[in-house]
Write a protein that binds this ligand. Structure first.
Ligand SMILES: [Zn+2]
Length: 290
């Protein structure tokens, strides 16, 4: 199946038809009654005054734009401002990717209004997605922060842990940001060692997921326990243990790569070796959803 989205930097000529609008107001996005980005000829038809409009590419053959609405913007008739997190996770993967791109471009634009090197006001570069300082030529591209997310397997069990940010009872696989100069595999081993004190081996790539909260790319791995007893750091992790398929606590929803890793390791849904994870293709289901 062809992708619904084709990225681009230059809008096609105006043809009088509608465009797709990903309009953000703080941590909310404008949606139609189907919880999808609305289609409109422009901000006027949406009844909004918008800042920072950026062309994203073609969505289902129509131009797609992202823009920011002021904090006091009203709710246009028939549309609603919806919180991002739950909404994004319910969207099909292509639309999730478009939403992630839109949100990250707006955050990048806002964070690079002024040059990080000399402080002058930055200009938009026409031919690529970049901002340039007219005084010192410093270039800023949208920043992506790579993070690893990994399932540690020990026999038929899986290590799940709770970050202090999770509600009580909710557990997930471990994750952490990649540091400068580190390979992904080194990062996986270091994060696991630091957070729960165990050593791992056989670190194998699983798949990836953009994670626009605020600007990460989650890179998933499965690895095998090689030694050590669980010893939590008490700071990033407040609870951790080995779990099997029959004694799972509350875990992240099916559209997350965290859940994809859990399902794969516990055999809820095994992907053929070498098949990258894709939440659309694999229709991952929770044990309680089967
Ligand atoms: Zn500068």
């Amino acid at each position: 199946m062809a992708s619904d989205f084709q990225a681009g930097n230059t809008p096609p000529p105006e043809d009088g038809g509608p465009s797709v609008w990903l309009v953000f107001k703080g941590n909310k996005i404008l949606v139609d009654p189907d919880n999808r980005p609305p289609r409109a000829s422009g901000p006027g038809e949406l009844g909004l005054e918008l800042d920072a409009t950026h062309y994203l590419g073609l969505w289902q053959g129509r131009p797609a734009y992202t823009a920011r609405a002021p904090e006091e913007a009203p709710e246009p008739e028939g549309l609603a401002w919806h919180g991002l997190y739950g909404l994004f996770l319910g969207w099909p993967q292509d639309l999730f990717g478009l939403g992630a791109r839109a949100k990250q471009i707006l955050a990048w634009e806002q964070g690079n209004a002024f040059c990080g090197a000399c402080g002058a006001a930055m200009d938009e570069v026409a031919e690529e997605r970049a901002r340039r300082c007219p005084a010192c030529d410093y270039l800023a591209y949208p920043r992506i922060s790579p993070a690893v997310i990994m399932a540690v397997q020990k026999d038929d069990k899986l290590l799940l842990a709770r970050s202090p940010r999770f509600p009580a009872g909710r557990m997930s696989v471990l994750a952490g940001f990649v540091e400068a100069g580190e390979t992904l595999e080194e990062c996986v081993a270091r994060e696991i060692r630091e957070e729960v004190g165990v050593e791992v081996t056989d670190i194998t790539y699983f798949g990836s997921q953009p994670w626009p909260f605020p600007d990460s790319l989650m890179i998933g791995f499965i690895c095998q326990w090689a030694g050590g007893e669980i010893e939590i750091d008490g700071r990033e992790i407040v609870e951790a243990d080995w779990y099997g398929p029959d004694d799972l606590p509350a875990i992240p929803p099916s559209s997350t790569i965290a859940r994809g890793l859990i399902n794969q390791v516990l055999g809820v849904e095994k992907l053929p070796k070498g098949t990258p994870w894709n939440p659309e293709k694999h229709k991952l289901r929770a044990p309680d959803e089967r």
